[in-house]
Design a protein around this ligand. Structure first.
Ligand code: SF4
Length: 378
């Protein structure tokens, strides 16, 4: 396949080198695109000055416009804290993916009893695939099935689009798709995001996976320093298989062994995501099983209240009281740092597990104030 996007870093580098152009110009090209991404009439000479003439010929022949994707629709939550971008790929002829910007004020949160330092910041929840083949039963994206892998450039373009709305400080791969099923594109996209001109800190990038063991085994070597979040969602293999069919291929024991090795190498805490499903995985004995499973790890558990996805799922949310009891057991008995994810963007279907391309979905209601994985990542 040729270059889909000017942000397909590896492909672009190969083309640039083949044409005898110094690859040092690539970050410069990206910087000017980032600055002028909103410009309607694109002229490579005007918007990206001072390149060698061979670079202009290469850019003009490969890219009529600087971005291969475009924003089709924008949905703002009623409190303006969440913005969902519906992005169309392949120059208005391709499929759609969603990216969600979540803004919040760190000073609203507490750390060691004090308001957190910082201020306003924005996290971008990014998609890595069109649809997803993992088929988790509680997830709207899973109901779409798998359609396509995004290229590294198509992943990075979501950051470029989002940057025209907010200054993005954190990126979480928790949108559509299983990032580790599109491994090489995701690795390249993260490398681009941490380099010039984006320069995001790898500490502020989180990859969330259902637990693709062979990919976890090489992740630290390929991308040291980033955050790993594992969608565990159950403390036992049989319950995992019931709600996440893909878990059959990744037995819980083997997954935990691979996380042990990952933690020994990375020396970083691992984030455990646990969606609370009424009567399925939210009883006291589940909390004790989870506590025992995680006792020997440095982890932060993030309990996620289930978002209704209408008729797409038979599950019901756990009551607040039960969530709170679950949290108390993990904290009190097992001394495991455990947070409850506050919900945001539910009114625009931008919350966790709700990303499902639905062009007619323009419903707006009232969103709830938030914290985010960012609050536990830092
Ligand atoms: S929860 Fe994640 S891995 Fe599971 S189906 Fe949804 S997008 Fe895919």
């Amino acid at each position: 396949m040729g270059i889909r996007s000017v942000f397909d870093g590896g492909e672009l580098r190969r083309e640039v080198e083949k044409s005898g152009i110094d690859p040092k110009f690539i970050p410069k090209i990206w910087k000017h695109i980032l600055i002028s991404a909103k410009d309607e009439d694109w002229d490579w000479e005007k918007q990206v000055p001072s390149l060698p003439s061979s670079a202009y010929s290469l850019l003009r022949s490969n890219f009529k416009t600087p971005l291969s994707s475009s924003i089709h629709s924008v949905f703002h939550s009623a409190d303006n804290l969440t913005t969902k971008l519906l992005i169309q790929l392949h120059h208005n002829h391709g499929p759609f993916v969603e990216a969600v910007i979540m803004r919040y004020d760190t000073r609203l949160g507490k750390y060691a009893g004090q308001p957190r330092p910082g201020g306003l910041r924005a996290t971008l929840c990014i998609s890595s695939q069109v649809g997803c083949k993992m088929g988790c039963n509680f997830c709207a994206t899973g109901s779409m099935g798998f359609k396509n892998n995004l290229s590294s450039g198509e992943i990075v373009e979501q950051l470029v689009h989002a940057s025209t709305f907010s200054q993005i400080r954190n990126v979480v791969f928790m949108g559509m798709g299983e990032p580790l099923n599109n491994y090489s594109a995701v690795v390249e996209a993260v490398r681009i995001m941490t380099g010039l001109p984006f320069q995001l800190s790898s500490k502020r990038i989180t990859i969330s996976t259902v637990g693709i063991i062979h990919a976890i085994n090489k992740l630290h070597d390929d991308l040291p320093g980033l955050n790993l979040a594992v969608s565990l969602h159950a403390p036992a293999q049989d319950i995992r298989c019931q709600i996440m069919p893909a878990a059959r291929a990744f037995p819980l024991g083997k997954l935990m062994d691979s996380l042990q090795v990952y933690q020994r190498k990375s020396l970083q805490k691992i984030f455990i995501e646990y969606i609370m499903l009424d009567g399925v995985n939210d009883e006291e004995h589940h909390a004790h099983l989870l506590g025992k499973l995680l006792e020997t790890f440095q982890v932060v558990v993030n309990l996620i209240p289930f978002n209704s996805i209408g008729t797409l799922s038979q599950f019901k949310p756990t009551s607040e009281q039960k969530v709170s009891n679950f949290q108390k057991i993990l904290r009190g008995t097992y001394n495991i740092r455990t947070t409850v994810r506050k919900q945001m963007g539910q009114d625009i279907s931008g919350a966790c597990g709700q990303l499902l391309v639905n062009i007619s979905d323009k419903s707006l209601g009232t969103a709830v104030p938030l914290t985010d994985i960012e609050d536990i990542v830092i």
